[in-house]
Design a protein around this ligand. Structure first.
Ligand code: GCO
Length: 448
């Protein structure tokens, strides 16, 4: 999430370069294997694709906690998700666009609120729907990557205590098992939770409580007829972190029990961060709270999903304003494309599991800037692979201009524009450029 930007790392500004040098020298033979064949996953091709999330593209996600929050009077959302991109009906068009671009991977999320509309009541129709999407992907030569939880939960989860209550752990594992069982044989790649570290960073950087939060929660609780309302991004973020880590571990085991061939990981919001003079203590704290526990948990996974949008310098109390000459996205955040190579290095250094770039993108109306940004970032990624970091794939956020949470439909992350009335998809030049880049890399690099 570009505005929940997070990162971390040890407090020595030169550490990144030191690590890079160390990796290249100390482990050359193993890494050389990885570089020529992504040797950690024998027989797999490098995954080049795009990522989306159910709530942001499907439309009509009325049984979710976000839908409730979007519609309370006090809402902080600029506009509601509504029909989103109508991918609920147009998912075949989406897959056709990915195929047209020559990409071979699609990460999307299943919607828990559709699959388990009431506790313990599973919708066979919803499960069959997501199974059809996976099958269509495979028939198009596209590897599906399924995210189980991409921020949204059924409203009953919010009403029972949400992600601040360990009771959700078993519920999530049951949902994960049931979903994986329904998708067995058509998908091998699963992300459990999306960016469970994002809210922790925001919390560390937050200097005073968000004044409107109690009112919002009370209104949402009233709307669902409960005495409470707990969302992923509200409440005690440290508690949410611990609950999410427990849910991730139990969810991973449940998926693997249902699909023994599954490769499972979580995805993290990892912005490149460097400490400015005086910012070292805060930098260390962000790393200790919002990075280290997740990297430690990832050591037991098959991969770690890296999601990078921005680069920040940490000052004593907050991120420093971007330098005037920095390239900025539509939200005014600095977007140095080199950030991706830095976060891939950091994530691998601390987790030692294969890295999967599960999101990376640029919020811009300037498609030429998007193309330039994508090329430079992939160039940096290729450099990290050459230096020996095992990378499984790169997924661009996003296929479509879609619902960017509380910012509504203003941000533009898509390789494809979507008409807000007809939902007609119009590929931008960047979709073709991305496909062309991948084709070139497949010629020039054996691993690609
Ligand atoms: C996130 C999410 C995506 C966002 C994307 C752009 O990182 O917040 O995974 O849902 O839309 O990152 O901000």
């Amino acid at each position: 999430m570009s505005d929940e930007a997070t990162t971390g790392g040890p407090p020595n500004p030169n550490r990144r370069l030191a690590l890079l040098a160390g990796i290249g020298v100390a482990s050359a033979p193993a890494f050389a294997r990885a570089a020529v064949g992504v040797g950690v996953v024998p027989g797999r091709e490098f995954l080049w694709g795009v990522a989306t999330a159910a709530h942001q593209i499907e439309g009509g996600n009325t049984n979710s906690d976000y839908w409730v929050m979007e519609h309370v009077l006090e809402t902080y959302f600029k506009e509601p998700s509504g029909d989103a991109c109508d991918s609920l009906n147009r998912w075949r068009e989406d897959i056709a666009l990915i195929k047209l671009a020559g990409l071979n991977c699609y990460r999307f999320s299943v919607e828990w609120a559709r699959i388990e509309p009431e506790p313990g009541q599973f919708s066979e129709a919803a499960l069959a729907y997501y199974r059809r999407i996976c099958i269509e992907c495979r028939e198009a030569g596209i590897t599906p990557v399924v995210t189980l939880h991409h921020f949204t939960s059924p409203r009953w989860v919010a009403g029972m205590g949400g992600w601040e209550d360990f009771a959700v752990v078993d519920r999530f594992a049951r949902f994960a098992e049931r979903t994986a069982r329904a998708l067995a044989g058509v998908v091998d790649w699963f992300c459990t939770m999306n960016e469970p570290n994002a809210q922790v960073t925001s919390k560390v950087l937050q200097r005073k409580p968000w004044a409107i939060e109690p009112k919002l929660r009370a209104a949402a609780a009233r709307a669902i007829g409960s005495d409470r309302f707990h969302m992923y991004f509200l409440g005690d973020s440290f508690k949410v972190r611990d609950v999410c880590l427990a849910a991730h571990a139990k969810g991973r085991d449940a998926i693997k029990a249902a699909v023994p061939s599954a490769r499972v990981g979580m995805t993290l919001a990892l912005q490149e961060l460097t400490p400015a003079p005086g910012g070292e203590a805060l930098y260390r704290r962000v790393f200790a709270e919002a990075r280290a526990p997740f990297y430690a948990a990832a050591t037991k996974d098959d991969f770690l999903g890296v999601q990078t949008y921005n680069k920040f310098e940490m000052g004593p109390e907050d991120y420093l304003p971007a330098p005037a000459n920095a390239m900025k996205d539509m939200s005014g955040y600095p977007t140095q494309p080199g950030a991706l190579a830095a976060t891939v290095l950091e994530a691998y250094t601390h987790s030692k599991v294969p890295i999967f770039v599960t999101e990376h993108g640029n919020n811009t109306n300037d498609d030429t800037q998007r193309i330039q940004h994508l090329r430079t970032a992939i160039d940096g990624l290729v450099g990290q692979i050459a230096a020996g970091i095992p990378v499984l794939g790169y997924l661009h956020w996003s296929l479509l201009d879609n619902f960017e949470w509380s910012s509504g439909y203003i941000p533009r992350f898509g390789l494809v524009a979507v008409d807000r009335k007809t939902f007609e998809r119009t590929p931008k030049p960047s979709l073709k450029a991305y496909g062309g880049l991948v084709r070139t890399l497949r010629h020039t690099h054996r691993w690609a």
